[in-house]
Write a protein that binds this ligand. Structure first.
Ligand SMILES: [Cu+2]
Length: 66
């Protein structure tokens, strides 16, 4: 599981865009959102780099929460 901080994610519209983009990357991806903290927990067999690229391309630059 990858824990991501997505600062520009603020509402259900944002999470919808993000979910759609990530589903395009990996149809089996699992994403859980903590909207208040701007956190998304992502489970996928894709690499971190590809996930970050996909989110940035969708307009939601993200960083990994350590
Ligand atoms: Cu939004």
């Amino acid at each position: 599981m990858i824990k991501l901080n997505i600062p520009d994610m603020t509402c259900n519209h944002c999470s919808g865009v993000i979910t759609k983009a990530l589903n395009g990357l990996d149809p089996n991806i699992k994403v859980e959102f903590d909207m208040q903290k701007h956190i998304a927990d992502v489970t996928t067999n894709k690499t971190l780099d590809v996930v970050l690229e996909t989110l940035a391309a969708a307009g939601y630059p993200s960083t990994v929460v350590v």
